[in-house]
Design a protein around this ligand. Sequence first.
Ligand SMILES: Nc1nc2c(c(=O)[nH]1)N[C@H]1C(S)=C(S)[C@@H](COP(=O)(O)O)O[C@H]1N2
Ligand SMILES: [Mo]
Length: 245
Amino acid sequence: EALSTHYNNFYEFDTSKDVVDLAQALPIRPWTITIDGMVEKPQTIDIDTLLKQMPLEERLYRHRCVEAWSMAVPWSGFPLKSLVDLAAPLSSAKYIRFETFNNPDVAPGMGAAWYPWPYVEGLTMAEATNELAFMVTGMYGKPVPKQNGAPLRLVLPWKYGFKSIKSINHISFTDKRPVTFWQSLQSEEYGFWANVHPELRHPPWSQASERVLGSDERVPTQKWNGYGEYVAHLYDGLQGEKLFM
Ligand SMILES: Nc1nc2c(c(=O)[nH]1)N[C@H]1C(S)=C(S)[C@@H](COP(=O)(O)O)O[C@H]1N2
Ligand SMILES: [Mo]
């Protein structure tokens, strides 16, 4: 209770409320996504207009959290590559920068000045156009719940879960490597790449094994979260980078 009061004073909202309940305040219609930067077709597009143009499909992916748990999730959505094609990036574009809505009235935690809101993530163009990079609109055969990133989130199954930015409303194509939310907070622990590896991530805790949610099992963690045959080649020539943190 003391801790709860402490956090309530910081955040000025009722932290005893479950995040699932708080998340329901997020309006997800209308919702627009602004696509800009180094593209032939900058645009602000309504989510439903976008979805009509995207090839929707279902995928079952392993999900590996940096806090050493894992699960398999049946997602629905469309390949990020389809959205990249819609934007028609210029050859000068080297990275994509993703940004979340920023509204402390709806998401009171965003009022906390010690976090660099809004949430920002980034990918290289090669990563973004890889067949595994997936834009999610649903899970378990239903629209994705607000607490899980409605109406549009990213899923990158070979990277730690925190790369999977939720509730995206801004996608920029750029020649500068984006500085991600967690990098700007703690660059020693959270890098740009964040690919899953059982041995190489910076401490404080081991990534050698993972707790499988919903069971008492711990299983060994796999490099690239098991997706190496699809993604390992993306990193040829980048061995000098801290690919696994
Ligand atoms: N938009 C947005 N996406 C985000 C985050 C965030 O704060 N905002 N946090 C990331 C981190 S660090 C984690 S651990 C997961 C948390 O998702 P969960 O609450 O569904 O477990 O979302 C990731 N995606
Ligand atoms: Mo996290």
